[in-house]
Design a protein around this ligand. Structure first.
Ligand SMILES: Nc1ncnc2c1ncn2[C@@H]1O[C@H](COP(=O)(O)OP(=O)(O)O)[C@@H](O)[C@H]1O
Ligand SMILES: CC(C)(COP(=O)(O)O)[C@@H](O)C(=O)NCCC(=O)O
Length: 317
């Protein structure tokens, strides 16, 4: 008998080229305006209507199938247990590297899913709100480990998700500001009775370090569907460095920005600084904690060097 290390696994994913994927769209057509598109776009990401129609409309139709199945199972189990419980939110997890564009994927999905029949209420939560405040990271000596598993209050994240899946559907969550690079004091995001909840963050498919806080329960145990946003690492580093330079010229000029001290750097200095942050923090985190979670997802969106999805991998069911 071969050992686990020697065994090869059959690929459980079905791969679709962009061309094949967009043909799945069927007849679904949503109404999105140019203003909608502007609101969805993030710095440095050339999102366009074709990407939404070719990638996200078919994706929303697929998710609609999963939601129908989920609701029908809920109705059947209500009948079986002689209960009349209200449906619980359908929870979607979105993972991937820093700077890969998870937040844009999450925003676009929220928009297209909210246009589905019945106009479901879709809420979006980013796990940066579950980072410990800087003061706490500093006192633990781990400010330079921001984004690593130990920098998150995973217990709170698990508590939030288990409340959502227990029917307690209103919850106040902390908010993280990328501008001040910290949790915002005395400000909260209220999550109230969503039909669909999207949870986006680098850590959402991780299993190891959460063992001691979750009684063997992991964040992804609460997901009904999970997506990993993937790209070549070389492209992700370039996006990170280019974004840092664009932010230097814009957001860092704001005296409230944590990075304001870098506002007057030359382009070369800003490239060197972004590279150093990438090498010290984000690259090790990608290799140690994020990439190893990729094949735990139900669906992988693989992007090309221009940020457009070129391939979709779907776990066979
Ligand atoms: N230092 C910063 N100042 C202001 N905004 C930032 C900063 N760093 C990242 N952002 C913004 O925060 C959002 C999340 O970025 P990130 O966590 O890298 O995830 P992703 O790129 O996968 O969405 C992006 O829209 C990005 O433009
Ligand atoms: C807040 C982050 C950990 C990313 O969280 P995400 O919302 O992508 O889950 C990241 O943007 C970050 O701040 N990393 C630390 C190093 C850096 O400044 O890039």
């Amino acid at each position: 008998m071969s050992s686990i290390q020697e065994q090869t696994f059959t690929n459980p994913f079905h791969s679709f080229s962009k061309e094949a994927w967009k043909k799945l769209n069927g007849t679904r057509k949503h109404q999105l305006t140019p203003e909608d598109l502007n609101k969805l776009r993030a710095l440095g990401e050339p999102l366009n209507m074709a990407e939404i129609e070719d990638i996200y409309f078919p994706l929303s139709s697929l998710i609609e199938l999963h939601i129908k199945h989920y609701r029908s199972l809920h109705a059947s189990s209500n009948e079986y247990f002689h209960r009349k419980e209200k449906h619980l939110p359908f929870i979607i997890g979105i993972a991937g590297s820093v700077a890969v564009g998870k937040s844009t994927t999450a925003r676009v999905l929220r928009k297209v899913l909210s246009l589905l029949p019945g106009k479901p209420k879709v809420d979006l939560v980013t796990t940066d709100g579950f980072l410990f405040p800087n003061a706490e990271l500093i006192s633990k000596g781990i400010l330079n480990r921001k984004g690593f598993p130990e920098s998150y209050d995973t217990r709170l994240l698990l508590n939030f998700l288990s409340e959502m899946k227990s029917g307690n559907r209103t919850y106040e969550l902390p908010i993280y500001s990328h501008l001040v690079y910290d949790i915002v004091r005395d400000k909260y995001q209220t999550i109230e009775q969503p039909d669909i909840l999207i949870v986006e963050g680098i850590n959402v498919l991780q299993v190891n370090s959460q063992r001691q806080v979750g009684n063997g329960v992991f964040v992804s145990d609460f997901f009904d569907l999970s997506i990993y946003v993937d790209a070549n690492e070389e492209d992700i580093v370039n996006w990170y460095i280019e974004r840092f330079e664009s932010l230097r010229a814009t957001a860092f000029q704001d005296s409230n920005s944590y990075f304001h001290k870098y506002a007057d750097m030359s382009k070369e200095e800003s490239h060197a600084m972004a590279s150093a942050i990438w090498d010290e923090i984000n690259r090790p985190n990608l290799h140690e904690n994020i990439l190893p979670t990729r094949y735990r997802a139900d669906l992988i969106l693989l992007k090309d060097a221009e940020h457009f999805v070129k391939e979709v991998k779907v776990r066979r069911i």
